[in-house]
Design a protein around this ligand. Structure first.
Ligand code: ADP
Ligand code: LRH
Length: 479
């Protein structure tokens, strides 16, 4: 049996897991879990990276103390965010999170200053427009904090930065870098014109490299553990661990964000893909993750934070009691990205459009669930139309697989067969990427077979929803 440590940082929590490969079965054991809350620093919504690094070390320490021999460790995190280093390798500026509103209006500013059109940016990068992509964060800094640009030697994305803090090695991993909207989609190298458009210098960036590489060592009080660069975008690791049955199986990575998409050997970045705002993020083995970001269970998380007495089981029970499809919002509206109160944001969204608003907790929760699954259905249609790939099955992975009500609603509204598992998909993906680097698993196809064999898969068959066509056309009118 061989063991590796996977550090998986999601927007809601971080975990340190031990992954073991034993006779073609891979298992995960959680050693440490901690909350990941944003903090306000100098007026910015930031990640507490010092605390996160401390928690990662605590987790690794727990594994080492258990006496297990660890062959390597890997880190995956959310995308787009980064840290600047000066020539001495010291951090510059705050660790600002993608939920900070500093990027408002930056697409327009880039277009007017650089002369690039929205289409040109899309066709070059193949990446969907999300207000917080790295390209817009860099433009925001060049406008609002140009002094931060003065001393920059390197820009490291969060997982590369954490690897650097553990090993001292600066590296750039491709899947996370791809979320920046600064890479050329086809050749996977930095785009000089997109870098220039946001005021960044090519010298700040290291060459993006495919995952599954041992890059350095972490010396923990004399115990040396090799550091592996895995598919360091958490969604790339989650998709790597998704046992897709065929090219016609779509994935839904269901966590703080809901990422709905397909895996493809080719990118889709033409007119149709632009119209659908599809993204072509980097995947393992140089593949593409053709997907759409949906605001996801963040909506539930924020509602839950406002109602701390409610457990997830209470939330699911309340949802099942409320009248379905009575209140529907566009869950991807920017007003839900970081509102003070999610309840109020949902109510306001409807009131501002002269529509009746939910009153009770059950109605708010049901509104979130219904709106999310309608967004999944819309995304599946758009992806299928733009890629011309027929989608006949959906595999759900991530923390959301625990929500059987949501999985069933998804099968019913999308009218698609759903299978669900693994729950800790990003950690599994992280682990198998390491076993590939160590030579114990041949490739991702073999890894997926092992993961499927190791999981207790749940299946959700479609059932009929009364008036579904009308409900879907109502959704199309409001988005
Ligand atoms: P991330 O990695 O983005 O932090 P996760 O993949 O851990 O997110 O998923 C978190 C989500 O999983 C929560 O927001 C919640 O909706 C869902 N979840 C977590 N625990 C439960 C549970 N016991 N029952 C139902 N849903 C759950
Ligand atoms: C999910 C995720 C997603 C986006 C967002 C910023 O955790 O990585 O794929 O990139 O966070």
């Amino acid at each position: 049996m061989k063991s590796v440590v996977a550090v998986d940082l999601g927007a809601s929590s971080g975990r340190v897991m031990l992954g073991c490969l034993n006779e073609q079965k891979v298992t995960l054991e959680e050693y440490h879990r901690f909350k990941n809350d944003q903090v306000l620093r100098n007026g910015y919504s930031c990640w507490d990276l010092e605390l996160i690094l401390g928690e990662i070390k605590i987790g690794i320490d727990k594994v080492i103390k258990s006496g297990v021999k660890v062959c390597s460790l890997g880190i995956d995190t959310w995308g787009v965010d980064f840290v600047f280093l000066d020539a001495n390798g010291n951090e510059l500026g705050d660790y600002v999170s993608y939920r900070d509103n500093r990027t408002e209006g930056m697409l327009e500013k880039i277009m007017s200053d650089s002369g690039l059109s929205k289409e040109e940016i899309y066709f070059e990068s193949g990446i969907q427009f999300l207000s917080f992509n790295t390209i817009f964060q860099l433009k925001a800094i060049s406008e609002q904090k140009p002094q931060w640009f003065g001393d920059i030697d390197k820009l490291l994305f969060i997982p590369d930065y954490l690897n650097y803090k553990l090993s001292g090695v600066k590296h750039c991993e491709y899947t996370n870098a791809s979320t920046s909207q600064l890479l050329k989609c086809q050749d996977k190298t930095w785009s000089p014109k997109l870098l220039e458009a946001c005021g960044a210098k090519p010298a700040w960036f290291l060459t993006p490299e495919l995952p599954s590489q041992l890059i350095g060592n972490y010396d923990h009080k004399g115990t040396v553990i090799p550091v592996c660069s895995v598919a360091s975008h958490d969604t790339a690791s989650a998709v790597a661990a998704t046992p897709l049955q065929s090219k016609n199986t779509a994935f839904l990575s269901s966590g703080t964000w809901s990422l709905v998409g397909i895996e493809s050997d080719v990118a889709f970045a033409d007119e149709a893909a632009y119209e659908a705002n599809l993204t072509n993020e980097g995947g393992v083995e140089g593949r593409y993750r053709v997907l759409k970001n949906i605001m996801g269970l963040w909506l539930i998380q924020r509602f839950k934070a406002e109602n701390p007495s409610l457990e997830f089981s209470d939330i699911i029970q309340l949802a099942s009691m409320a009248e379905p499809f009575k209140f529907i919002v566009d869950p991807n509206d920017g007003s839900f990205l970081n509102p003070k109160s999610m309840t109020q944001a949902i109510r306001n969204w409807l009131i501002e459009r002269n529509m009746p608003a939910p009153e009770t907790a059950a109605e708010i929760i049901r509104c979130i669930y219904d709106s999310l699954v309608l967004a999944y259905d819309d995304a599946l249609h758009k992806i299928s139309t733009a890629s011309k790939v027929q989608i006949d099955e959906l595999r759900i992975v991530g923390g959301g697989v625990q929500d059987k009500f949501l999985n069933q609603l998804c099968a019913d509204v999308c009218q698609i067969s759903v299978s669900a598992e693994p729950q800790e998909a990003s950690a599994f993906g992280n682990v198998v990427n390491q076993f590939i680097a160590l030579g114990d698993i041949k490739n991702i196809d073999e890894a997926r077979r092992i993961i499927n064999f190791s999981s207790n898969v749940n299946y959700f068959k479609t059932s009929e929803v009364e008036g579904l066509a009308d409900i879907k056309s109502k959704y199309q009118k409001i988005i």
